[in-house]
Write a protein that binds this ligand. Structure first.
Ligand SMILES: Cc1ncc(COP(=O)(O)O)c(C=O)c1O
Length: 410
């Protein structure tokens, strides 16, 4: 594959027009949209308007007049369309970690007599920390069972309250079969809770069709909601009325402004709110989600697989003997929207790549992650990225001493 072939693919790309809707320097190859999505151009004028008019002039009146108060549900309903859910099943709230805590705690409460949360050792560490932290609050009645991925299915039994999994593995991009595992869990009376952080905007998700119980996801990766964008959570219709939030704050009260002394949960998904939503961040997320609602998701998946296949093929063809191993599934059907590559000096190689204008990230101990967000990544970006990778390795450019020490965020 040569660069001209890639340029031809870019010219024919049905999603090609979306790149111009993002602020992306022309000479940068940005392959880290799986960590922080780029800035949609429409975000800046929207936030400027919100800050100057709605906040600056409208002040407290804007909670009603500018519909700030409904924003978490309104945007939740929009995100629902991206993940195969319906109105009233999704709400925007907190961070992914906090949303996960809320749903896990709520799920344990409706699974009496079941003592385990089951997860896999490869799960995103924050999800494991949250689950363990929660069980440590239960006075020994609950525990976390962490097993290797290959042993997951055999470990699902009648003692498991919740199966907690990340749909697309953050490190390798490997996709779990959400439908099959949710069904298996259900046959044992276990609730399945899915982390969609690397799924929404990356791979197809059909929560209702796949009969998914519970899910959480992140707003700042493929969705492009901005650094620290709020997360979202989903509850199936069957569980809506049973699920109580452990963080029963006033925004989840049936009537927050009645200032009742007793807590009475709101109907439906709004009961999962805790405190006042961060309106600036919520508004930035809405701009990005509105952009997503114009996108053909099937086309996103098709292109993302093609970008991944191209990346792997170029590594195979041009980087043989340079110490690289493909850590992501080679079969595009099993791979999310990223390609991860192992190398003994992965951190330093990634630093050298970033200095050459190819941005991916590093995950310990030896992974370089390249996010292939189909909305704005070009086939030529993939060509240029692998070309730079090859060059960094051939020139040993990663050996510069300043790459030896780790920065706080990798
Ligand atoms: C799979 C997964 N879950 C959870 C999180 C944490 O999200 P938050 O920082 O919103 O709590 C991340 C962040 O990268 C993630 O990749």
């Amino acid at each position: 594959v040569d660069r001209e072939t890639c340029a031809g693919l870019d010219r024919q790309d049905p999603l090609g027009g979306f790149r111009s809707e993002f602020t992306l320097p022309e000479d940068l190859v940005y392959l880290d949209g799986n960590s922080l999505g780029p800035l949609p151009k429409a975000t800046l004028p929207r936030l400027t308007e919100l800050i100057s008019h709605e906040w600056g002039e409208g002040l407290i009146r804007s909670w009603n007049a500018a519909h700030w108060i409904e924003a978490p549900q309104r945007i939740g309903d929009k995100i629902a369309k991206l993940i195969g859910a319906g109105p009233g099943q999704v709400i925007v709230a907190d961070s992914t970690s906090v949303s996960l805590f809320k749903l896990l705690a709520g799920a344990l409460r409706i699974q009496p007599g079941r003592h385990f949360i089951l997860t896999e050792s490869e799960n995103f560490p924050s999800d494991i920390y949250i689950a363990r932290g929660l069980t440590q609050m239960t006075d020994g009645t609950h525990a976390l069972r962490v097993v290797p991925r290959a042993e997951l299915e055999a470990a699902i039994d009648g003692s498991v309250a919740v199966l907690l999994l990340t749909h697309v593995d953050y490190a390798t991009g490997e996709i779990h079969d959400m439908r099959r595992l949710s069904d298996l869990a259900r046959r044992h009376g276990t609730l399945a809770l899915w982390d969609l952080s690397h799924s929404a905007g990356a791979v197809p998700v059909a929560l209702n069709a796949d009969d998914v119980d519970l899910a959480v996801g992140c707003g700042y990766k493929y969705l492009n909601g901005g650094p620290g964008a709020p997360a979202y959570l989903y509850i199936s219709r069957a569980l809506q009325s049973a699920m109580q939030s452990p963080l029963s704050g006033w925004m989840g009260h049936a009537d927050p402004f009645a200032f009742d002394r007793e807590y009475a949960p709101a109907e439906g998904i709004r009961a999962q709110l805790t405190g006042t939503p961060p309106i600036l961040s919520v508004a930035a997320l809405e701009v990005a989600v509105d952009l997503w609602l114009r996108v053909d998701q099937a086309e996103v998946r098709r292109k993302s697989v093609a970008l991944g296949d191209l990346f792997i093929r170029l590594v195979d063809d041009t980087c043989a003997g340079l110490g690289l191993t493909v850590a992501s599934p080679r079969d595009g059907r099993l791979r999310g929207s990223q390609v991860s590559i192992r190398h003994g000096q992965a951190y330093r190689v990634m630093r050298a790549l970033i200095d050459r204008g190819v941005i991916g990230d590093f995950r310990t101990p030896d992974l370089m992650r390249f996010g292939l967000a189909a909305l704005y990544t070009r086939y030529t970006d993939i060509y240029d990225a692998v070309d730079a990778l090859r060059d960094v390795l051939i020139q040993s450019a990663w050996q510069r001493p300043e790459y030896a020490s780790r920065m706080t965020v990798t």
